[in-house]
Design a protein around this ligand. Structure first.
Ligand code: DX5
Ligand code: ZN
Length: 222
């Protein structure tokens, strides 16, 4: 199981002045996806990037661009992110009223649709959406900033969502985001995660040894 885990480095902790090079480096270091955290200063207390950054990074790599929208409302911007080259668009169900409609819209662009659950959002709220989604993103911190600590109680939530996915019989990625390091990665994987987001654990590693950092997250010895 550990060898097939997907690693999605979050560029939030990368050197913003060298973003193209940073992405190229993590691609060479073995990243599976590139995680792009879009924040609007309203839904979360921080502001980051828009579709133009997604389009720019689309020129740098062929890897799936894993776009995490922390914006409310998200609906007016879905098309722009899809056209910019997003491969996965993940929305927070509490950011818009008609979540199912947004999922259908994302899929109509040929983009995979994900649902993100903040620490305070119950697991049961995703149940009706299971037949429609490609990915569930469990937040193991409150969204807004990189470098926060993994909320331990969320491991059980990952386990519960794993069960729901297994019962659904569908292939839905189970991605975990926030405070992932070698130790918490292990807990998330054991609970059933198939993809891990990591910002600080990759981009702030000693000597910029991204390959070693990614291997460590996968549980591989280096
Ligand atoms: C938090 C973001 C995360 C963040 C993770 O709002 O959704 O993707 O960049 O950063 P780390 O891995 O440093 O906790
Ligand atoms: Zn994220």
């Amino acid at each position: 199981m550990t060898s097939s885990i997907k690693i999605s480095p979050s560029i939030l902790s990368a050197d913003i002045l060298q973003l193209g090079e940073e992405v190229t480096s993590v691609v060479q270091a073995g990243a599976d996806w590139i995680h792009i955290d879009v924040m609007d200063g309203g839904y979360v207390p921080n502001i980051t990037y828009g579709p133009n950054l997604v389009a720019a990074l689309r020129q740098v790599t062929d890897l799936p661009l894993d776009v995490h929208l922390m914006i409310a409302p998200a609906q007016p911007h879905l098309k722009a992110f899809a056209e910019a080259g997003a491969s996965i668009i993940t929305i927070h169900p509490d950011a818009d009223i008609h979540t199912h409609r947004l999922i259908c819209e994302i899929k109509s662009y040929g983009v995979k649709a994900g649902i993100a659950l903040n620490p305070g959002v119950p697991v049961a709220s995703i149940e009706p959406l299971l037949p429609f989604i490609d990915l569930i993103l469990i937040m193991t911190v409150n969204p807004g900033f990189g470098g926060q600590s993994y909320i331990s109680e969320m491991t059980n939530k990952i386990r519960q969502v794993r069960q729901l996915i297994d019962q659904s019989g569908r292939e839905i990625e189970l991605e975990v985001d926030g405070g992932i390091n070698a130790e918490t990665a292990k807990r998330a994987m054991e609970a059933g995660a198939t993809a891990l987001v990591a910002g600080a654990a990759i981009f702030t590693v000693k000597d910029n040894n991204y390959a070693a950092a990614i291997a460590q997250l996968r549980g591989e010895k280096r």
